[in-house]
Design a binder for this molecule. Structure first.
Ligand code: ADP
Ligand code: ASP
Ligand code: MG
Length: 452
């Protein structure tokens, strides 16, 4: 069995949903098909929630009407029969009347907000399942809210998911296509919750791990993982193969094509992940698996909204126990540390969740001196297999960064990651400079014709 996930742009137009039907029915493999919301819907729902929270009912109603109009038009092109269209209209009417009732609840709390954003995936999957039914496909819609469970820390309950999904699948052994929602789940209070923005990728890999799928395919709007962020960098190209470790680093350090946690469940069960392009299904895409044949530098990613904290020990030299005390504070506030650099008396760390920054720095000051922390930092992460050529790689990276101030460097923790901390205003320059130096410099130098 395989798990195929289609993102927002892949379901964002009626004709794309038609192509997805063709794609998922071309081969006989039984599939779980995970869908995101139609592109733009989650953002629109968040905006409606903001208006509701601010008690701006007129604005919330106006935005809800606009979104509903979009869906009404979408339905007309999606379905091919009167009966199909009537079914689609019934779904949209039902979901929007629920949405309107949610927006009217006062006070509008985080609970309502989460139910509201979940409507995007509920709409797309119900509409798509009705379309498959209209076309006579052997498909069933399984609600993710019946098996996708997170704990109090927002982490997936792997054992629960595995057990529930096995039971539910056992009830539908005659179905060839099983459709479900990405992104949404239930929390320990039984409320509707989600796996954070871009979470449908994570849903696909949690399901793939739970059912020990033969393969997980993430279908999106680009031909695989590129060697650098194509939204910022001029000359990027797809990477054919990545190891789980390399892909996990790239996703965690900002490659938007994958939710940061996507690789973990797939890697745990050794399920290969293939990234494919819905608009160009014949392109090879990227295969992420245990082994990869290509070596050296693979790709660069960047993660924004980083805060750097600079901590100096007040006890000067040989203060063992200092690092433990520092990290206990981050643990207490459940705040992951991304980068660390140390000297004899100082340690600098970065965090991307600054929710508890004030409390963390106040506790650190009880036993350490703190420099003013830096906001608006970006981690630039170079990923690859560096075991073959360590010295050369660091040199090339620093050469590329010669005009850009570097605040921290982290290298050597693993053989596939070199990270740099810079101010976010230098991000575009850094990514482009690294791209040219690491991926094109030698190739173009060797192409220069001899001068005579
Ligand atoms: P989906 O809606 O299918 O989940 P996303 O927008 O979340 O799609 O992810 C795909 C987008 O990720 C691409 O269109 C591209 O702009 C962006 N992206 C950022 N970094 C990379 C990268 N290294 N390789 C490929 N795409 C990337
Ligand atoms: N619809 C959700 C979002 O926009 C989840 C996803 O697209 O993966 O974040
Ligand atoms: Mg995405």
């Amino acid at each position: 069995m395989q798990v195929w996930k289609f993102g927002g742009t892949s379901v964002g137009k009626p004709e794309r949903m038609h192509s997805i039907r063709n794609l998922i029915t071309t081969t006989d493999t039984r599939k779980i098909v995970v869908l995101s919301a139609l592109s733009g819907t989650t953002n629109a729902l968040i905006a409606i929630g903001e208006a509701a929270k601010a008690n701006n009912d007129a604005e919330a109603a106006r935005q809800t009407d606009d979104l509903k109009t979009h869906y009404d038009l979408f339905l007309k092109e999606l379905y091919q029969t009167e009966a199909g269209l009537a079914q689609g209209q019934q779904i949209v009417e039902k979901e929007f009347s629920f949405l309107r009732s949610l927006v009217g609840i006062k006070p509008f709390t985080i609970k309502q907000e989460k139910e509201l954003v979940a409507q995007g995936e509920l709409l797309s999957t119900e509409m798509f399942a009705a379309y498959l039914q209209e076309q006579g496909e052997n498909a069933v819609l399984l609600p993710a809210l019946e098996f996708m469970q997170i704990d109090a820390d927002g982490e997936p309950e792997l054992a629960v998911i595995e057990e529930k999904i096995a039971t539910i699948l056992g009830q539908h052994t005659d179905k060839q296509l099983i459709i479900t929602q990405g992104f949404i789940c239930r929390n320990p209070r039984g409320e509707v919750d989600n796996l954070k923005r871009g979470g449908s990728d994570y849903t696909a890999s949690l399901i793939g791990g739970a059912i020990r799928a033969e393969e997980i395919q993430i279908w999106t709007d680009i031909d695989g993982m590129h060697n650098n962020d194509p939204r910022i960098v001029k000359r990027t190209f797809p990477i054919r193969e990545l190891t789980f470790e390399e892909a996990a680093e790239l996703a965690y350090f900002g490659a938007k094509i994958l939710h940061p946690s996507t690789i973990t469940p797939a890697k745990m069960q050794n399920v290969p992940v293939r990234l494919k392009n819905t608009m160009q299904p014949d392109a090879p895409g990227t295969l992420i698996a245990n082994q990869s044949t290509q070596r050296d530098i693979k790709a660069i990613a960047a993660k924004d909204n980083i805060t750097a904290i600079y901590i100096h020990s007040t006890r000067m030299l040989n203060a063992y126990g200092f690092l433990r005390r520092v990290f206990e504070i981050f643990e207490k506030y459940k705040t992951p540390v991304d980068m660390i650099t140390t000297s004899e008396v100082s340690v600098s760390v970065t965090i991307d969740n600054s929710e508890h920054l004030a409390a963390i720095t106040a506790e650190l000051r009880e036993f350490a001196d703190l420099e003013e922390h830096d906001l608006d930092q970006t981690i630039v992460c170079v990923v690859g297999n560096f075991s073959a050529d360590k010295e050369g790689i660091a040199l090339k990276v620093l050469e590329a960064m010669k005009d850009i101030p570097i605040r921290m460097i982290s290298y050597g923790a693993s053989e596939h990651n070199l990270s740099l901390l810079i101010h976010s205003k230098h991000k575009a320059d850094a990514l482009n400079a690294l791209n040219e130096r690491l991926f094109f410099y030698e190739q173009e130098a060797s192409e220069v014709p001899s001068a005579h």
